[in-house]
Structures are given as C-alpha cells and as structure tokens.
Design a protein around this ligand. Structure first.
Ligand code: MN
Length: 497
C-alpha cells in the first residue's frame, strides 16, 4: 500500500481532493512514524495508509482520510494533539482525538467493569461523531488482516473483541460488508477446528449450489431483458461465520439441506419500482415456495436500515433465495452509516431536503438516536456495573422495529415486550399500562414482540405503580431503570430472576 494507491482510490471514488494538503498530512504522518515497524515487519506508515484507503473505498471525505493517516500519531509517536491542530486544523484534530480516546477499548472478561467503561467511551464518541467509529472499524479491519503477526494470546483476545464488539457495532451501523468481513477474519482464530470443518464441508455444497445458480442467473437475465428491466444479477455466497452460526443451531445441526441461502441470487435494479417489477418476473419463472413467503424489507426496513425484497422460490425442486434491491439499497446494505455521513455531506453541498428524506439518510438519522440515548443514560448512572452490563447487551443485541398505532417507529432489542414498548414511548406510559394489543389482538404483557408488530397500549384511567414482576421479563435497560426507580428500588438491586 503506497501513497499513490491512496490517491488512486480517492480519484476512483471521485472524492473531492485538496492534493497539496493531503500530501502535507501524509508527509507529517510518514515522518512521525519514521523508523517504526509493524509486527509484520513492514514500515509502520503502511498501516495508516491502508486504513485511509479503506475509508476512501467507503467514499469518505478528505478530513476523515487525513484523520486516518494521523490516527496513531498521538498514541505511538512523540507528537501531541495541539501540534496536529496547529498544523491541520480543529476538525482533523477532533477526529484524531476521538479515535485515540476510543483506541483503548479492550475486552478483558476478567475485568468486566473496565470493558464496559471502555464501551461507554465508545458510545459517547459515537454519539458525538460517527466518523470516529468508521475510522476505528477500518483500523480494526486492517489489524485483523495482519493478526497472524501477533503472539497467539493476543490473537485470541483481539479476535474475540472483534467478534463481540466491533462486528455487532458494524451491524448496528448497517455496515453489512465490514461486519461480514470482520466475522470471517475472526472466525479461524477463535474456532480453528470448526473453521476447518465448515470450510471442508461447505466446499462441495458451494460448488453444487453455484452450478444451479449459474443457470438461474442466465434465465432471469433473459426474462428481465424481455421485460425491459435494467438490472444486474449475480450470486452471493453465504459467509463462513454466518454459515457456521446457522449450522450450529440445534434445529439444523449441520444438515446442509436445511440451509436455503447457501448461494442466493441477487437482483440489483435501478429504481425501487423496478424491484417490485423484478419480483413479478422472478415469480413468473419460479413459483414462490409455500410456507416460506416473501419478506418485503423495502416497505418494512430492518432496524439498521437494511432494505431488500427476499423471496424463496422452487427451482427444480430446490429452494432458492432471491434478494431484490435497488442500487441505492445495495450501497446502503454494504456501507450503512458510512453512506449516512455521505448523505449529510451531500446535504452540505446543497442536495434538496426532499431528496434526502426520500433516501435512507432520514431513516438512519432516526436510527442513530439509540446511540445518543445510551451515551446519556450511561452518564447518569456511571457506577452501576450491572446496569452498564445491561446496556452493553441492549446496544449490541439484535434489534426489531415495532410500530405504534399511529405509525411511529420504535427500535427495540429482540425479545422486547409490550412493557418495554410502553416505556420506550414515554416513561409515564409505564404507569398507565392496563393491557396490550399486538396487531389488534390482546396479548399478555410478557409477550415477545416481533419485527413489524403494531403495538397498542390500553391506558388505565388511574396512574398506578409498575408491577415488580415486570422486572422478570423486560428486556431494555430503560424499562428496568424506570420500573426500579418507580418502585424505589435502587439500580444496584438485583432483579428477581
Ligand atoms: Mn491503528
């Protein structure tokens, strides 16, 4: 990786560039790391160059690339932050500072408090500026690529931290591409035996699936062309770690015939309308498989902003998954929050508000609210280790989207209940819960909500205290906190288990 490679990537991605300035930043970073070597034996500057290059491939603007070039300068060389600010301005210094501060996030299971405290710092940094986390993700990605050079014990720790913290973070930021890569990079270090087993088992299955898919791709290309729908069609292989997780589920137990998306077909259209047109074409070629149905994540995006239509069809007696999305949605699925900062950049450059709202930027803005909430709550109750551990689970858990009867969207951890919902809507609503309806049906209060549910809380006329039993099933830390506070229990109290 050289400086010229970086400039090439910047040019390829049409990122606005002040070349003399970038050259100055590079010269500074290069001089600062002079004589330092990476564990791989390379000159150290190759690392910041690689990180900056990754960020350029995510279309990030110049200040982010500059901060990437400088990201290890304060930590690893004699230079200080004020020096950087003096030389390159406040914005770049702010980013470098943010990256340095969250650079110490270390997962040590033996010192949970420390880990959680570090995670807290990360959320605060994220709430302030997502760009800082993008730089950290790119940094971690390169460190994972060169993990071989480190001692075994460090490899395990870093791989575990990647799998438990960085990959879920990337997922939460809607960055499917980097999430998948981080998981697959960590996999062989953490589960070497399983990794070998999966690689060996999967090879044959992938080959066979690829052959079937090849024919299917040709068939669908022809049909789409006849229908005058401009689209790209390709196959995508399921990633190894994701395959491993699925195969290890008890109901699957390494039975490949139960994995229906080993190779999925991906149809990438120009417009959203064409997605639905393409769905019609797909179903005219192959019947949708009974009982599997179509998931319309365009009408109902996943909590991290993911949009696509997924359908499972019968192709020669075999289930085949087809994923249909527009070019924009495809970009969004891979780059999520990185695409978001792009949008705000577009906004600064005069894109119309309407256009921005029609795109994904609007949804993503809403989505980031959880980061801000976490940062504030954690400030309020710094000292409760239990509480912080809850928050960690909240933040990194899988999420669902549910709706109020008026169509407001709420982003909750998986397995949340109507009580979690009520308290998320408004703390006070927790004092007025009489009963709850999900999709117009009455449900018990410990009912587990699903993605896309419409949740209605039937309000009691009289305000009453929450029920202590609710602590047994609520899922969000916010609900837990509010209930305990209302009942006069401190947050240090253990919930009845
Ligand atoms: Mn680094």
């Amino acid at each position: 990786m050289t400086y010229e490679d970086l400039v090439n990537t910047i040019t390829e991605h049409a990122i606005k560039l002040d070349k003399p300035r970038l050259q100055r930043v590079y010269a500074f970073a290069s001089a600062a790391h002079e004589g330092q070597l990476r564990q791989t034996g390379e000159p150290y500057i190759a690392h910041p160059l690689f990180v900056a290059n990754t960020l350029a491939s995510w279309d990030q603007p110049q200040p982010v690339l500059e901060a990437a070039l400088l990201h290890d300068v304060v930590e690893d060389t004699g230079h200080t932050l004020p020096e950087i600010e003096k030389a390159f301005g406040a914005e770049v210094a702010f980013l470098v500072d943010g990256v340095t501060k969250i650079g110490q996030v270390k997962l040590r299971s033996s010192v949970k408090a420390e880990f959680v405290e570090n995670l807290r710092k990360m959320f605060i940094a994220m709430a302030k500026d997502t760009r800082v986390v993008l730089i950290r993700l790119a940094d971690r990605h390169h460190n994972m690529l060169t993990l071989d050079a480190l001692p075994l014990i460090k490899q395990k720790r870093i791989a575990l931290e990647t799998l438990e913290v960085y990959a879920p973070l990337a997922e939460r930021l809607g960055m499917g591409q980097i999430k998948g890569e981080l998981e697959d990079l960590a996999f062989p270090y953490l589960y070497p035996e399983e990794y070998k087993k999966i690689s060996k088992l999967a090879a044959d299955h992938f080959e066979r699936a690829a052959a079937t898919t090849g024919q299917a791709i040709r068939a669908i290309k022809t049909k789409l062309a006849k229908a005058n729908i401009k689209a790209e069609v390709k196959g995508r292989f399921k990633r190894k770690y994701s395959l491993f997780k699925k195969l290890s589920r008890p109901e699957i137990d390494y039975d490949f015939s139960k994995i229906h998306d080993l190779v999925a077909l991906r149809v990438i259209t120009q417009t959203k309308a064409d997605c639905y047109a393409a769905l019609g074409v797909v179903h005219s070629l192959w019947r949708p498989a009974p009982n599997f149905g179509v998931s319309d994540y365009i009408a109902l995006p996943k909590p991290n902003g993911y949009q696509s239509i997924h359908t499972k069809v019968m192709n020669h007696g075999q289930l085949m998954e087809v994923q249909i999305r527009s070019v924009d949605m495809h970009y969004q699925a891979d780059y999520g929050a990185a695409a978001h900062s792009l949008y705000s950049d577009a906004k600064n450059h005069g894109a119309s508000e309407e256009k921005l709202k029609s795109g994904t930027a609007f949804k993503l803005k809403k989505k980031m609210a959880w980061v801000e909430q976490l940062a504030t709550w954690q400030n309020q109750v710094k000292n409760s280790e239990e509480f912080l551990a809850d928050l960690k689970l909240d933040a990194l858990s899988e999420r669902i989207y549910v709706f109020s009867p008026l169509g407001d969207v709420f982003d909750l951890p998986i397995l949340s209940t109507p009580v979690d919902f009520a308290i998320a809507v408004h703390g006070d609503l927790g004092f007025h819960i009489q009963s709850a309806k999900v999709n117009s049906r009455l449900v018990p209060l410990d009912h587990r909500l699903n993605n896309g549910d419409i949740v209605e809380i039937i309000r009691s006329k009289v305000r009453h205290l929450p029920n202590r039993d609710w602590l047994r099933f609520v899922k969000t830390s916010r609900a837990r906190i509010e209930i305990k506070r209302a009942l006069g229990l401190t947050h240090l109290d253990k919930a009845p288990k």
